[in-house]
Write a protein that binds this ligand. Structure first.
Ligand code: GAR
Length: 200
């Protein structure tokens, strides 16, 4: 089976990355995880990926200061070295420039802990609680120029309880992310492969 060479980009813990690596162990999974890349060399997820036998790389954003595109060009070199065909952002906490987004248009997805289009950006859990919402959740979406604005691929919902804090709500959503993201990666990979098939 043809599988897309996939990079998972992380900034920290990497629990979503773990869920995807587990799913990608199956040989009939359409995404093959070949690289885990972090903008933080100390990201916990890197050592897990390493133990899992996946190539890892760190491109520290700090030396690039405010030059986001220079940082991304350094990432792009690594992505090309590994012949990456799809990018999965999993807790990657850098805003991407139009240059990078255009380069990976239709081939890069992200998970966000809200029911998009509600609450793009930061502090999503607290914002859902403050708004008095009855439910919250997570969304996997295509990455486009506007932060968390791209087309939604899949969502999962959880109730918000009256005594919830942002921490308890995040704890309730996270296991749903771990179930949702591997399914959404599969859908996205299949869609990308279908798109790149020549018309008959
Ligand atoms: C996840 O909850 C993910 O949805 C969120 O960061 C966490 C990363 O956890 N992403 C964002 O907020 C992106 N805007 P993980 O490193 O354990 O996967």
């Amino acid at each position: 089976m043809n599988r897309l060479r996939t990079a998972i980009l992380i900034s920290g813990r990497g629990s979503n990355m773990r869920a995807i690596l587990e799913a990608a162990n199956a040989t009939d999974y359409p995404a093959e995880a070949v690289l885990v890349l972090s903008n933080r060399p100390e990201a916990e997820g890197l050592s897990h990926a390493d133990r899992h036998g996946i190539a890892t790389a760190a491109v520290d954003h700090k030396p690039f200061g405010n030059d986001r595109e220079a940082f991304e060009r350094a990432m792009q070199v690594v992505l090309e070295q590994h012949r990456i065909e799809m990018i999965v952002l999993a807790g990657f906490m850098r805003i991407l420039t139009p240059w990078f987004v255009a380069k990976w248009s239709g081939r890069m997805i992200n998970i966000h802990p809200s029911l998009l289009p509600k609450y793009p950006g930061l502090n999503t859990h607290q914002r859902a609680i403050d708004a008095g919402d009855a439910e919250a959740g997570c969304s996997v979406h295509w990455v486009t120029e506007g932060v968390d604005q791209g087309g939604v691929i899949a969502q999962a919902r959880v109730p918000i309880r009256p005594d919830d804090t942002s921490e308890t709500l995040a704890q309730r959503i996270l296991p749903e992310e771990h179930k949702l993201y591997p399914k959404a990666v599969r859908l996205a990979a299949l869609e990308i492969m279908q798109r790149s098939q020549p018309a008959i």
